[in-house]
Design a protein around this ligand. Structure first.
Ligand code: NVA
Length: 314
């Protein structure tokens, strides 16, 4: 069975640790591994806008000795012009791995079910697990450890980032809180899965409505746009309910004095985060952006070298 990375909990706690260790090693020595040596191609498919993800995967695949091949989702029209299943069968015969940013999680699961090569989730409506590997690497660098750290995500607690914090944070043994207004709560199945993982790692996963209570005493505060890709029509109606969750210095002052601030970017200053927070001394947002490269390289190298994936085409 080919191993994929479609959701944060596709890596066990020990596997997540292995990938993060490899990411630190690759950060110190960027040419340390060449799993795509001989210029194997990797398809990078984008059905939604991208900047960091396209650049970090393109640079990362090249640094791993492979050939990154960006596929414009608008041209490919996967699922419309050609079924996801047929697309997977075609790509799987030509590339060594598939990285896909798309809409529903069902689409990437179908791709993984038919590709015969590793498939990596580069953001779906439900999860953004590659971002979380970068976030965990960043927290580990700045806080020294992951297990036991308290992290709060503010804003759209129903979005992909909230879901990924719950799963990846619980996997790392962290205490994760997601905090957002009524009507924007995580999928109960994802929350239940995070609680199940946390029970085995010593972490925890909770929803806390009050933003001050959610942030008080934590080590890490994170936020994200209030309007995820695909939700643009809801921008106006989201403004009022999300306003109390805006991460300004007053709200941040309730966290630990040395708490660090994360944001997956792109950021909307004055909306979900104040300019003096994202540009302030507690922000590690641009380390986090850099770490996309190192974390994704580690993930790809780990997947390519996984014993269950060694027999994959091509
Ligand atoms: N929640 C955001 C993340 C952007 C990287 C979105 O899906 O648009």
């Amino acid at each position: 069975m080919t191993r994929h990375f479609l959701r944060d909990d596709d890596l066990s706690p020990s596997e997540q640790h292995e990938v993060l260790e490899l990411a630190s090693r690759l950060k110190a020595d960027r040419g340390h591994k060449q799993p795509f040596g001989g210029a194997k191609a990797v398809a990078l498919i984008f059905d939604k806008p991208t900047l960091r993800t396209q650049v970090s995967f393109t640079a990362g695949v090249a640094e791993l000795g492979g050939m990154p091949m960006v596929v414009d989702g608008k041209l490919a029209q996967i699922g419309t012009r050609e079924s996801v299943e047929d697309t997977a069968r075609v790509l799987g015969r030509q590339v060594a791995a598939i990285v896909w940013r798309t809409y529903g999680q069902d689409r990437i699961e179908t791709m993984a079910g038919h590709a015969g090569v590793p498939v990596v989730n580069a953001l779906t409506d439900e999860f953004h697990p590659c971002q979380l590997l970068a976030d965990l690497l960043t927290v580990r660098e700045h806080r020294g450890t992951l297990a036991g750290q308290r992290l709060t995500f503010l804003g759209d607690a129903a979005c992909n980032m909230a879901h990924s914090y719950l799963l990846a944070g619980a996997t790392a043994g962290m205490h994760v809180v997601v905090s957002g207004p009524e009507g924007y709560r995580p999928d109960p199945a994802v929350l239940a899965r995070a609680e199940e993982i946390a029970a085995s790692t010593g972490g925890s996963a909770r929803v806390v409505e009050d933003p001050v209570e959610a942030v008080t005493g934590v080590d890490v505060v994170s936020t994200d746009t209030w309007v995820s890709m695909g939700k643009e029509d809801e921008a106006a109606e989201r403004e009022a309910p999300f306003r109390p969750y805006s991460l300004d210095n007053a709200l941040l002052s309730h966290a630990k004095d040395d708490a660090v601030v994360l944001h997956c970017l792109p950021a909307y200053r004055g909306k979900e985060i104040a300019a003096d927070v994202i540009d302030g001394p507690q922000s590690v947002v641009f380390d986090e952006a850099e770490n996309r490269l190192h974390a994704q390289k580690a993930l790809l190298a780990w997947l390519l070298e996984h014993p269950e994936n060694r027999g994959d085409r091509p």
